[in-house]
Design a binder for this molecule. Structure first.
Ligand code: BG6
Length: 485
């Protein structure tokens, strides 16, 4: 970075900043990964003195740390912190900011606010001459709630920041196990020759959460599972599974390949809406050992037909993947917090093992809570059986299991935001979403939501603590497949 760099967090008193951003910056500092002279400026509406702001940040970092803070590190970190209070839509706020950023040759602005403020913030920055070539912005999802609003937001950002200076964050791309997907595919020769329709029968991507809407009813109800999770996190996972090998790990090479996948997604419309999509909404049930309220009984709730669960049967229409179903599923109040990708290989073309059932190979990539990789293989059991001409083979599927948690047991599990903040500070946008990716993802998702609206398809009920409505099982069973839990 250039001399006197700074990162400014708009929305500095908000939930994301408190739970993720400040703790991440602190941990980076503790590991010596922040530039020595980096200033960290918090900006939010409430009037706070620097000392009060530091106390707030200290509390947030303590809550997140598993060990007491190192006084030396905290002293260094606290000395970086400044606060600028004010209304993001008023010019004087940016005057205060410009004063605090005096002499900074490189500035990163993190917009951890409602997207409704993005336009005002970039205009304010430009008005205070803070949007020149040495400035970058990081924006949080949701980038809109459909293609049209995404275009409007992207258009506002583009008026003052060129695309290579806009970092759209998807925190799934900062997760270790997600990045390991790139290593698994492109740092090994084993899988790539098999990674296509010839050898792969279908793919399942599940992101299941046990939590409900966690006090965010007002936000969530505007979005629902499809906009909140599928448009971004799940489609990003799908891209990493389905993309062609990029020429390099540089931002454009990787994102060129991802956007091709998004553009190849077969639209779901007409009769396919009922056949290839399932929406659900949780009702009262039992979750994590206690009674859980239904979605419309959550705090602040009102009657709603927003989905808290969605399952889709997607197809990537290109030479590599033609005809291979990609089942995507995400939901709140599921029985377990489990995110995984399952690559189901095809069955052997011909069995020489008589009545033995041959289970096709399966590669399971566990993303959370545990991180690991499992490969199931058929094996012979060490038994003697009456086999006649077939040699008495008795077979059983067993797994090769690789636990990344055990393999890297001594390495602290990082918050996904640590990696992403570091990359943004280093001006590397490989792990951020490019404008055309966000647009292509919305175009596909919009088609599905339009279909639901046109066909009046309300979400089906499911009890909290279950794997979604029965339609979700029918979705895979129709093709002779079953979800792996
Ligand atoms: C967020 C969604 O982007 O991701 C939340 O808005 C969801 O609704 C969260 O709970 C899941 O993230 P993680 O890292 O806990 O899987």
């Amino acid at each position: 970075m250039r001399a006197n760099p700074a990162i400014v967090i708009f929305g500095a008193t908000g939930d994301l900043a408190r739970r993720m951003l400040f703790p991440s910056l602190y941990f980076l500092d503790a590991d010596g990964l922040l530039p020595k002279d980096l200033r960290i400026v918090g900006a939010a509406r409430s009037p706070l003195r620097d000392s009060d702001f530091r106390a707030e940040v200290e509390k947030a970092v303590r809550e997140r740390a598993d060990a007491p803070l190192d006084p030396e590190v905290w002293k260094r970190f606290a000395s970086r912190l400044r606060y600028c209070g004010g209304d993001a839509t008023k010019a004087d706020t940016y005057g205060c900011l410009a004063g605090l950023l005096e002499g900074c040759e490189e500035r990163v602005f993190y917009l951890s606010t409602s997207p409704a403020l993005y336009g005002a913030i970039v205009r304010g920055l430009a008005g205070a001459k803070l949007s020149d070539g040495e400035s970058r912005i990081i924006v949080e999802k949701p980038i809109g709630r459909d293609r049209a609003s995404c275009d409007a937001i992207n258009g506002e950002l583009a008026q003052h920041f060129s695309e290579n200076r806009i970092f759209r964050i998807d925190h799934y791309l900062g997760k270790e196990a997600v990045q390991n997907l790139i290593a698994l595919r492109f740092a090994n020769t084993l899988f790539e020759p098999l990674w296509d329709k010839v050898s792969i029968d279908h793919v399942q991507i599940t992101v299941a959460e046990t939590v409900g809407v966690e006090g965010r009813f007002a936000y969530y109800d505007e979005y629902g599972a499809t906009r909140d999770m599928v448009q971004n996190h799940i489609l990003q996972l799908l891209c990493l599974v389905a993309m062609e090998p990029p020429a390099d790990l540089d931002p454009e090479s990787v994102r060129n390949e991802k956007v091709k996948v998004l553009r190849s997604l077969k639209p779901i419309a007409g009769a396919d809406i009922a056949r290839r999509t399932v929406r659900g909404q949780y009702k009262r049930g039992v979750s994590e050992g206690g009674t859980a309220p239904g979605y419309t009984e959550e705090e602040g709730a009102r009657p709603s037909d927003t989905e808290t669960f969605v399952a889709l049967c997607a197809h990537v229409d290109n030479w590599r993947w033609a005809g291979v179903p990609f089942y995507l599923r995400t939901g709140k109040r599921m029985p377990a917090r489990a995110s995984q990708i399952v690559i189901q290989f095809r069955e052997v073309p011909h069995s020489i093992f008589g009545s033995n059932e041959l289970i096709a190979n399966r590669l399971t990539i566990r993303l959370q809570p545990e991180e690991g990789i499992a490969l199931t293989l058929m094996n012979k059991t060490p038994t003697l059986a009456q086999g006649g001409a077939r040699g008495g083979f008795e077979l059983k599927p067993l797994s090769l299991n690789l636990s990344l948690d055990d393999a890297f047991a001594k390495t602290r599990r990082r918050i996904a935001y640590e990696r992403l903040l570091l990359e943004a500070l280093q001006n590397n946008s490989t792990l951020f979403v490019r404008r055309d990716e966000s647009e292509a993802a919305w175009t596909w998702v919009d088609g599905i939501i339009r279909g639901w609206n046109q066909q009046g398809l309300a979400p089906a009920p499911y009890a909290a603590g279950t794997w979604g409505p029965s339609g979700a099982f029918a979705l895979t069973e129709r093709n002779g497949h079953t979800w792996f839990e």
